[in-house]
Write a new protein. Structure first.
Length: 206
C-alpha cells in the first residue's frame, strides 16, 4: 500500500517507473521467505510466470505528459496470494491531479489548459487456477474511470476482461489460447467495443 501527496511534473513522470501492478516485483516480495536466494527466486518467478501465463503488470493510472507542474494525490494498494492451486493478484488506485495554484489561481499551462487535471480510479483482479499439473486457467478483469476536475466536464470509463489456458508441453515449450473483450465509454473520445481470440507458442532456448 502506498499513499502520497506531492507536486509532479513531466520530467518526473517520464523518468519514473510506476510502483503499482508490477507482478514480478510482487512475487519477488511474496517469495522472499520461501526462496531466500535472490537469483534462484528470479529463476523461479520467470518459470512460474511462463508456465501459468501470469500478467507482467496490473492496472495503473495514466500520465499525460505535459510541460506543467501539478499537485497529485496518489493512493495505491496491491495484494497477492499464492496457493497450492490458486493464485490471485489485486490492485486498486486513486489519483487526483490538479494544476498548481499561485495566489489562489491556477498557474497557466504552457500547452494544454486541461492536461492532467483529472481524477482516476481503477482496479484489476488477476486469478490463476491449476486445472492439472501442466494446464492453468487464468482470468483478468480491469476497470478504470477518469473524471475531469471542475470546471471541466468529461468522463471516460474503460473495462477489459481476458480468459485463457496455458499448457506446458515440455520443460522448454509452452502453448496458450484465450479470448479478450474490452470497451470504452466516453463523452470526449470515440467509444468502442473490441473482442479478440489469441494464441501463443513459447520455446525457451538453453
Amino acid at each position: 500500500m502506498k499513499a502520497s501527496r506531492d507536486t509532479t511534473s513531466y520530467p518526473q513522470n517520464f523518468l519514473s517507473i510506476p510502483a503499482t501492478g508490477n507482478v514480478p516485483l510482487l512475487l519477488f516480495i511474496l517469495l522472499q521467505n520461501r526462496i531466500p536466494d535472490p537469483l534462484l527466486r528470479l529463476q523461479f518467478i520467470n518459470q512460474l510466470m511462463q508456465d501459468q501465463g501470469l500478467p507482467n503488470t496490473l492496472s495503473n493510472p495514466v500520465n499525460l505528459y505535459a510541460q506543467q507542474t501539478y499537485l497529485q494525490e496518489n493512493f495505491t494498494v496491491t495484494y497477492g496470494s499464492l496457493g497450492a492451486r490458486n493464485n490471485i493478484f489485486v490492485t486498486g488506485f486513486y489519483v487526483h491531479t490538479q494544476l498548481i495554484s499561485g495566489a489562489g489561481n491556477p498557474l497557466p499551462p504552457i500547452f494544454d489548459p486541461q492536461g492532467n487535471n483529472n481524477t482516476q480510479t481503477g482496479a484489476t483482479i488477476a486469478w490463476n487456477h491449476n486445472l492439472t499439473g501442466l494446464v492453468t486457467l487464468s482470468a483478468n478483469v480491469t476497470a478504470v474511470r477518469t473524471v475531469a476536475n471542475p470546471p471541466f466536464e468529461a468522463t471516460t470509463r474503460q473495462g477489459a476482461a481476458t480468459i485463457g489456458l496455458t499448457a506446458v508441453l515440455s520443460p522448454r515449450t509452452t502453448v496458450s489460447v484465450g479470448a479478450r473483450y474490452q470497451l470504452l465509454r466516453s463523452d470526449v473520445s470515440p467509444e468502442y467495443n473490441e473482442g479478440a481470440v489469441f494464441g501463443g507458442f513459447t520455446y525457451t532456448f538453453k
